[in-house]
Design a protein around this ligand. Structure first.
Ligand SMILES: [Zn+2]
Length: 145
């Protein structure tokens, strides 16, 4: 069975262990409270190495959308076109996420949550609605909880 690529950086390994419940958990700096993304070893704002994983707002504005029409990864190749987007979180950083929203346009207000893809690797998913809709969004992407 084909699976999505599972390689991720060592520092982001903790993302695969956070609950998949419709919430978003990212690293936050203990000293200046800056929310970090992508995961890193030092704060991108003050360089402190005291980063903790905590729940942050998943509310976000969609900045750009792209639909993959070709992939060298067989798992994605079987599911094309695949929609991804960049979103500015209200919590600060810009993230990249799988889009579980058909036809979303830049400027749309979406929610971002942690998920684990079919290979068990962490990913981010953007969806519409509230947390109870999150499971349906994952099923739409072929991602199970
Ligand atoms: Zn900091």
């Amino acid at each position: 069975m084909n699976l999505p690529p599972s390689r991720r950086s060592d520092v982001s390994a903790a993302l695969a262990t956070v609950p998949v419940d419709g919430a978003l958990r990212l690293q936050c700096c203990v000293h200046c409270a800056t929310v970090q993304y992508p995961p890193r070893e030092r704060c991108g704002h003050c360089l402190a190495d005291a980063l903790v994983w905590q729940e942050v707002s998943g509310e976000a504005t969609l900045l750009a959308v792209s639909a993959l029409s070709h992939s060298l990864e067989p798992w994605f190749g079987d599911r094309l076109p695949w929609a991804v987007g960049s979103l500015r979180l209200d919590a600060g950083p810009v993230v990249f996420a799988h889009l579980a929203v058909a036809g979303a346009q830049p400027g749309a207000r979406l929610r971002v949550a942690n998920a684990n893809d079919a290979s068990g690797a962490w990913c981010l998913v953007a969806f519409e609605g509230e947390s109870p809709d999150f499971t349906a969004s994952l099923e739409q992407l072929g991602i199970s909880t």
